[in-house]
Ligand binder design. Structure first.
Ligand code: AP5
Length: 214
């Protein structure tokens, strides 16, 4: 079963993806994580993507679409694919449809995690991530056992450079102006499932699993 997680910044896509990969025996492909890995390692892709991410803008399609195919083509046969943060505009969605068709595959469901704008800023400004693994916490909703330290690795937790209030506002605008049209796009394709993302992470997870009929 191949799934897209759709939703604004801070909706909980990454949080739910981590829970769903076990449930669905899936591989998570998170474009934001791939870009951050490349920025950290100062690759050519990372150097090109950095300024867009730092401003809260979308990285151009020509840098994004190919890296998604690279990741999809590495997924072992029989595993599900969980796309987190892709597609983010109509061009990417159409490229995905086309490429899946060429591979005799398809997207089965799009999980649209709905959270109002006013909650997103609080969620994102309280987010902390592990410098090493990118594991996500929230200072209020999902705190680590020891403040500022990853539970599993012991590495420090930091704030993402694009998680400042001003950049988050830009990212929410980009979502509302460019990405949210995909809700309609996938509704017309008959594969959209909308979930209330304002509940606790476990409750949101249960709603998704129930909706998928798992
Ligand atoms: P990306 O990394 O994808 O960021 P995003 O879409 O803005 O999403 P976030 O990671 O901010 O939020 P999330 O929904 O995963 O929430 P999370 O689970 O962490 O992209 C970053 C940048 O990369 C983009 O701005 C763009 O520049 C570029 N990019 C990426 N993909 C691209 C593409 N396809 N095309 C072009 N450019 C692209 O949760 C947030 C916080 O809330 C956490 O602290 C969490 O603990 C907490 N939380 C989660 N769920 C709950 C809950 N139910 N209740 C309470 N707290 C919760």
């Amino acid at each position: 079963m191949n799934i897209i997680l759709l939703g604004p910044p801070g909706a909980g896509k990454g949080t739910q993806a981590k829970k769903l990969i076990n449930e669905l025996d899936a591989v998570q492909i998170a474009t934001g994580d791939i870009f951050r890995y490349n920025i950290k390692n100062e690759t050519e892709l990372g150097k090109k993507a950095k300024s867009y991410i730092d401003e809260g803008k979308l990285v151009p399609d020509e840098l994004t679409i190919d890296l998604v195919w690279d990741a999809i083509d590495k997924v072992e046969d029989g595993k599900s694919i969980l796309l987190d943060g892709f597609p983010r505009n109509i061009t990417q969605a159409e490229a995905l449809d086309e490429g899946m068709k060429e591979r005799n595959s398809k997207i089965d469901y799009v999980i649209n995690i709905r959270v109002p704008d006013e909650l997103l800023i609080e969620r994102i400004s309280g987010r902390r991530v592990c410098v090493e693994t990118g594991s996500t916490y929230h200072i209020k909703y999902n705190p680590p056992k020891v403040e500022g330290v990853d539970d599993e690795t012991g590495y420090p937790l930091i704030q993402r450079t694009d998680d400042t209030e001003e950049k988050v506002k830009n990212r929410i605008d980009v979502y509302n102006n460019t990405t949210s049209v995909l809700i309609d796009y996938y509704d017309k394709h008959g594969i959209l499932i909308t979930i209330d993302g304002t509940k606790t992470p476990d409750e949101v997870f249960k709603s998704i699993v129930d909706a998928l009929g798992k």
